[in-house]
Write a protein that binds this ligand. Sequence first.
Ligand code: ATP
Ligand code: MG
Length: 247
Amino acid sequence: MTIFIQIRDLRKTYVMGKSTVHALDGIDLDIIPGSFTVVMGPSGSGKSTLLHLIGGLDRPTSGSIVVDGEPLEKMDENQLAEYRRKMVGFIFQSFNLVATMNAAENVGFPMRFARTTNRERRTRSMELLKRVGLDDRALHKPTELSGGQQQRVAIARSLVNQPKIILADEPTGNLDTASGYGIMQLLSVLHKAGHTVIVVTHDPRMQHFSTHIIYLLDGRIVSEAEYQAASTFDFAETSEGETTHES
Ligand SMILES: Nc1ncnc2c1ncn2[C@@H]1O[C@H](COP(=O)(O)OP(=O)(O)OP(=O)(O)O)[C@@H](O)[C@H]1O
Ligand SMILES: [Mg+2]
C-alpha cells in the first residue's frame, strides 16, 4: 500500500531552564492516502505537537516527515509555507474565526494572498458554506452563530485551497454533544470525498468514523492495551483529560 505521510523517529524536545520535555519521543507512523486517523491521548501526551509538525507549523528537533514523497525537513521557510497553504487544512478547538468578519469573509480569508477577484472569493466562499450546510448564514458574524456553526465555518475555511490533508485538533472540544456529532459527520463526509483526515480527540464517538486509531502516551505511540492499562491508573480520576505529565 502506498504511504502518503511517512514519519520516522520524530522527536520534539523543549528545554525550559533546567527541565527538558520530550513532547514527542520517537514517533514512527505511516498514514495511507484517504485514511481517517484518530489520535487519542491524555493532556500533555504530544497530540497537538504531532499535528503541528505534520502540518508544517513547527519543525521537529530530529526525525523525518515525508509527505507525498517530499521531506518537510528539506524545505526552507517559503516551501514550508507553500506546503501549509496548498496541502493542509487546519481545524482548531477554538474555531479561530475573525470576529469582525462575517462567515463568507472568514471562509475567503485564506484566499487573500492568491490572485483572485472579490467576486471569485465570494463565489468560492458560498460554495464552501453550502458544502457545510451554512449558505443561509453567510452574512452572520461569529457571535451571531452557534458553536457548531462557527466550527462549520472554520471547516469551510480550511477547505479553501483544496487541501489533501485535514488536521483537526479537538474540533468538538468546545461543542455540546449533538453539535459535536454533526462536526464528526462532516469530517466523515470529507474523508469519503477523498481527503486524508487526522483528528485529535477525547471523544470516543469519533472512532466510529475512523479507519485507524493511534494512542499516545508521553510522546510515544503505544498499543491500545498499554493505553487502557495506563488510563485506569493515570487519568481515570481527572476531569476532561486534565492530567499533568511532568517529565
Ligand atoms: N512551546 C512549548 N514550549 C515548551 N513546552 C511545550 C511547548 N508546547 C508543548 N510543550 C510541552 O510538550 C508536551 C506536549 O504538549 P502538547 O500540546 O502536544 O500536548 P497535548 O497532547 O496536545 O495536550 P492537550 O490534550 O492538553 O492539548 C507538554 O508537556 C507541554 O507542556
Ligand atoms: Mg493539544
